[in-house]
Structure formats: C-alpha cells, structure tokens
Design a protein around this ligand. Structure first.
Ligand code: PRP
Length: 235
C-alpha cells in the first residue's frame, strides 16, 4: 500500500519542473552548494543547520522579491546625483506554514522590515502523509497585496495545497503568491502547479524523487525537527 502510494505520488507524467516558468530554481553556485552540503550532512549540529539554512533563506527571499511588481523611482545620492532605482508597487506580507515555515520569518524581516506575517498551522500525518489544517490567522485585507508563502518542504505537495486553499478563501489570487521553498520534489511541484497555474515557486533545490515514506531523495530529513531541535538528537 505504501509503495503504491509512493508510485502514485512520484508520477510526473512528463512534467519537467526545470523547464516550467513557474518554478524558479536558484542557480547552483558554489555558495549555495556549500550551504546545502553543510545542512544535508546528517552529522550537522543544530547550530550549523540553522546558520546555513539562513544563508539559503536569504538567497531565496532575494529571488522571491524579484517576482514582485516594481516601478521606477529616482533618488538623489549624497554627492547630489540621480540614481534611477525601483520600488515595489504593492504591499507585501508573509505567511508561514507552521511549523517549519516559521524558520524563515526572521529572514523576511531582514529584507522587508516590519512586514506583516500570517500563520497557517498544518501538520502532515506521519502514517498517511495527509495534511491536517489546525489553525490559520492572516493579516486583514491580505488579498490587496502580494504574499510570500513560507514553506521549506514540498514533498507530496499536500501541505502547500492546503495552505493555498486557505489563502484563496481569504481572497488571495494565485498570481499574487510567491512560494519560498528550500526543497521540492518533481511530483509535488507538478501537483501544485496543475491546480495553481498562476503561482510562482522559488526553490533552492528540485530533488530527485520521493521514497516510500514520502520523504525526499536525497533530502534533508525533517526540516522542522532539525531546525527547532525536536529530532531527538542532542547535537
Ligand atoms: C513537513 C514540512 C511540510 C510538509 C511537506 O511538515 O515542513 O510542511 O511536511 O510535506 P507534503 O508536501 O507531503 O505535505 P510536518 O507536517 O512534518 O510539520 P513540521 O513543519 O512541524 O515539521
């Protein structure tokens, strides 16, 4: 039964996330690979895991901001010259898929100081991999602006789809959502973009596939447990 489920959830049906304009994978620079290598190593201390995760979050958020609409603006520099710059044309808030998505919040504030942050608490059932929605609390009039949806792990895609249902019910259209993601499976990406064709997903790694327990390969383990120190390892 479990392997059947995995076969079904691994189906990509010809979908190639690297050729899909809605999926933006960060360039595999040496710096990004270095951060991934340190995070993915099973001997990594929690301190190192957090430190190198934050490097990746920063790169993801800078790329996600590029997906927002901008307008031109001139500013005067201290020597009195004109610099032709840009500024976002819309309000931006973040929504964290709790628990793992909360890890990205502090980095949001380093790029967008004071940004409003909503929460959607979803937990994936350990036996069935099905997501359960427990709670949500979003900023008022969230549909008026753009949303950075913080979800580090996209395995079957079930949790992200549940979060997107919550945003849609709150009046947020998909074209105003940019997902900020660390690892994504090809089959999970396919499931999500099929149901949300106007969405954009910025990820730092498209993984190979899912294992029979619906964990990603090569993967990183349970991101929330490793980041928050609840994985039972006293590292
Ligand atoms: C993990 C992860 C994602 C979800 C991804 O959450 O943080 O939210 O699973 O899996 P999916 O794409 O198959 O739905 P989990 O429910 O384990 O909670 P956590 O954030 O507390 O670790």
């Amino acid at each position: 039964m479990r392997s059947q489920l995995s076969e079904i959830s691994n189906g990509t049906n010809g979908f190639d996330p690297r050729r899909d304009r809605r999926v933006i994978e960060l360039p595999r620079t040496a710096a990004l690979l270095d951060a991934h290598t340190r995070m993915r190593d099973h001997t990594a201390s929690r301190e190192n895991f957090v430190t190198h995760s934050r490097r990746v979050f920063r790169a993801l958020l800078e790329a996600a901001v590029c997906e927002l609409p901008f307008e031109s603006i001139d500013v005067r520099t201290p020597p009195g010259h004109t610099f032709r710059g840009v500024r976002p044309t819309c309000s931006v808030c973040a929504v964290a898929v709790v628990r793992a998505g909360e890890s990205i919040e502090s980095e949001v504030w380093s790029i967008l100081p004071g940004a409003r942050i909503g929460k959607i608490l979803i937990q994936r059932d350990r036996a069935t991999s099905q997501p359960h929605l427990y709670y949500s609390h979003l900023p008022p009039r969230i549909g008026d602006g753009h949303v950075l949806l913080l979800e580090p792990m996209l395995a079957t895609g079930g949790s992200l789809l549940t979060a997107l249902d919550v945003l849609r019910a709150a009046g947020v259209t998909d074209d105003r959502v940019v997902v900020v993601n660390v690892l994504a499976s090809p089959s999970g990406l396919r499931r999500v973009v099929e149901r949300h064709p106007d969405l954009r997903i910025v990820t730092s790694s498209i993984e190979e596939s899912l294992d029979i327990n619906n964990f990603m390969i090569p993967g990183i383990g349970d991101f929330g447990d490793r980041y928050f120190g609840t994985d039972g390892h006293p590292r």
